[in-house]
Design a protein around this ligand. Structure first.
Ligand SMILES: *Cc1c(COP(=O)(O)O)cnc(C)c1O
Length: 351
């Protein structure tokens, strides 16, 4: 009987990526963005490894994620990106979880100063944070919430040739200089922003994707190592004759006789359906193309070029041989989506 697809998670690669991002960031503290179950990699695996590597500050999206993290790392400093409601103050206070305040209303919440919040100023992303037309009001009121961190977020850090990041940094600078001596420690960058260099680092950086082995520029991966190696087993081998079709809808027509391996992974595991006829997997060290559509639990791969492949052979779907960014490009998406879609059914092995 065949086994479920599996994820082999490398502690060494995760710790090395953290050290690398930290060394790219100069004097700034290197925090970690671990929202969405650590980008799908798994918070239970990721949090203790990062702590051991020296990471002390973490960012999540929701209070529930913060509470889960707190139970893994009781001494961690944890910020919650998605703002805060008055009803959550008691819970946050009891667990020493710090909100990121995104609106003037949140800054005015009674008792908020006790939580040592961060304040998010929008500098041009226009998604979260106090918008620029309210910065004057913010400057008048910010001291009431006694922020532990001033933050903003770059919209186009992964496109260093555009002027956008520099414009955002200037807006951030003007808020900082208006605050003068009252300015709290500051944080502007994600992974891509770290690579923009020293003026962007401030006091704390908060990378996500680089920790997990993705890169802002797939053509220049900066040495980030694959944390996730995704493998699946060959379940059946078939001979297909020229002119025969493969899979749902008969969308693939064999141009010549071929040997076909059916592999136990599909879109239910997060193997994106867009990879049908586009993706490749690594069989016995060799890249082999997906033919036909991706099914819920299966893909079909042309292994004609291989001398030997057997039922039960483990195949690399994504990992050191085929990077998350390569898979993403073939699916016309980004590495973030490939990671966060990794399915719950798979076996996970920490090495
Ligand atoms: C997710 C996130 C990050 C991390 O971004 P990466 O591109 O994964 O490094 C940093 N800051 C904010 C506000 C985020 O939402």
């Amino acid at each position: 009987m065949s086994r479920k697809p599996r994820l082999i998670l490398s502690r060494q690669a995760l710790a090395a990526n953290y050290q690398r991002l930290s060394s790219f960031s100069g004097q700034a503290e290197c925090a970690a963005s671990i929202k969405a179950n650590a980008y799908g990699v798994g918070i239970d695996f990721v949090a203790p490894v990062l702590w051991e590597a020296g990471c002390r500050t973490f960012f999540v999206a929701y209070l529930e994620e913060a509470l889960a993290l707190k139970s893994l790392l009781p001494d961690a400093i944890i910020y919650v990106f998605h703002g805060f409601k008055a009803s959550e103050i008691t819970t946050a206070r009891a667990s020493a979880i710090r909100p990121v305040l995104n609106t003037l209303e949140e800054i005015r919440l009674p008792g908020i100063a006790e939580l040592r919040p961060a304040v998010h100023v929008d500098t041009g992303m226009r998604r979260l944070g106090i918008p620029q037309y309210q910065h004057d009001r913010l400057l008048e009121e910010i001291s009431t919430c006694q922020p532990s961190l001033l933050m903003s977020h770059l919209a186009s850090a992964d496109e260093p040739l555009r002027p956008d990041s520099e414009q955002q940094r200037h807006v951030f600078e003007s808020v900082r200089s208006s605050l003068g001596v009252l300015c709290p420690p500051s944080s502007l960058t994600n992974t891509a922003g770290i690579l923009l260099g020293d003026p962007y680092h401030y006091d704390l950086v908060r990378p996500g994707i680089g920790l997990y082995g993705g890169s802002p520029d797939p053509n220049d991966p900066k040495g980030f190592e694959a944390v996730v190696t995704w493998q699946a087993q060959v379940i059946e081998l078939q001979q297909v004759r020229q002119g025969e079709t493969v899979g749902y809808g008969g969308s693939y027509v064999a141009q010549h006789d071929l040997r076909l391996a059916t592999i136990g992974v599909g879109y239910a595991d997060g193997y994106l359906r867009a990879l049908g006829g586009q993706g490749e997997v690594l069989v016995e060290g060799q890249r082999c193309p997906i033919v036909g559509r991706v099914s819920m639990d299966l893909i079909t791969v042309d292994v004609s070029s291989l001398a030997s492949v057997n039922e039960g052979t483990w195949v690399e779907i994504m990992g050191t041989g085929i990077s998350v960014d390569t898979v993403a490009a073939k699916a016309n998406t980004i590495g973030y989506e490939c990671l966060t879609r990794l399915g719950a059914r798979m076996e996970r092995m920490n090495v």
